[in-house]
Design a protein around this ligand. Structure first.
Ligand code: E4P
Length: 216
C-alpha cells in the first residue's frame, strides 16, 4: 500500500519525506488556502522538488474547457503533477480528454461506487473516495472504499483507489484491509500511527534494566 501526505505544507511534507514513508502528495484548494499568501503554482513546484511521486493539484473551473486549460498549465509545472478533477459530468469529460493526452488525473469528491466506476471508465488514473466526510454524516466511509475495491477487482480496473479524508489511524488500517491502493494522510495522523504506549513503556524498561548491567 502506498501512503500520500494530504497537505500543501512544505515543512510537513519534508518531515514526512524524511521518514521514508511517503509516496506522493495530495493538495486541494482548502489545504492551499491554509498556507496563507502562497503562489499556487510555485508551491506545487516546490512540493514536486521534495517528492518524486505523484503530486495532486486541483483545478478550480467547473466547466470542461476551463478544467482542461488549467490542467494543461498545471501539468507543465513538473512531470509528476497529477490533476485533481471534481466528480461531475464536466469533470468526466475533462478526464477523458486529459487521459488521451497522457495527463494523469485524480477524480476527487467521490461519495458513491457508481461515481468511482464512471471516473474509472472515463480514464481516471486515481479515484478519491472521502471516508471522513461520509463518517461525518453517519455513513460508514470504509464501506464505500470496500465496495469500490470489490468492483475494481472484479472487472480488473486499473484505476487506483486513494482513500481520502482520512481522520485517524483507524481509517488508515481500515483502508488497507479494504484493499485501497493508497491512503492520503494528514501529518498529524502519520504521527499518531507511529505511536503506541507499550513502545514507550518498553523503551523505559530497557533503559532502566541497562543501568543494572555492569559496564566494562
Ligand atoms: C483528498 O485528496 C482531499 O484533499 C482530502 O483528503 C479531503 O479531506 P477532508 O475531508 O479532511 O477535507
Amino acid at each position: 500500500m502506498k501512503f500520500f501526505i494530504d497537505t500543501a505544507n512544505l515543512e510537513d511534507i519534508k518531515r514526512a519525506a524524511s521518514l521514508g514513508v511517503i509516496d506522493g502528495v495530495t493538495t486541494n484548494p482548502t489545504l492551499v488556502s491554509k498556507e496563507g499568501n502562497v503562489d499556487f503554482h510555485t508551491r506545487i513546484k516546490e512540493i514536486c522538488n521534495v517528492v518524486e511521486g505523484p503530486v495532486s493539484a486541483e483545478v478550480i473551473s467547473l466547466n470542461t474547457d476551463g478544467m482542461v486549460k488549467e490542467a494543461r498549465e498545471l501539468s507543465k509545472l513538473a512531470p509528476n503533477v497529477v490533476i485533481k478533477i471534481p466528480m461531475t459530468m464536466d469533470g468526466l469529460k475533462a478526464v477523458k480528454i486529459l487521459s488521451k493526452e497522457g495527463i494523469k488525473t485524480n477524480v476527487t469528491l467521490v461519495f458513491s461506487a457508481n461515481q468511482a466506476l464512471l471516473a474509472a471508465k472515463a480514464g481516471g488514473t486515481y479515484v478519491s473516495p472521502f471516508m471522513g466526510r461520509l463518517d461525518d454524516r453517519a455513513h460508514e466511509g470504509i464501506k464505500l472504499v470496500e465496495e469500490i475495491a470489490t468492483i475494481f477487482e472484479k472487472f480488473n480496473i486499473n484505476t487506483e483507489i486513494i482513500a481520502a479524508s482520512i481522520r485517524s489511524p483507524l481509517h488508515v488500517k481500515q483502508a488497507a484491509l479494504a484493499g485501497a491502493h493508497i491512503a492520503t494522510i494528514p501529518f498529524n495522523v502519520i504521527e499518531k500511527m507511529s505511536k503506541h504506549p507499550l513502545t514507550n513503556i518498553g523503551i523505559e524498561r530497557f533503559l532502566n534494566d541497562w543501568k543494572k548491567v555492569q559496564q566494562g
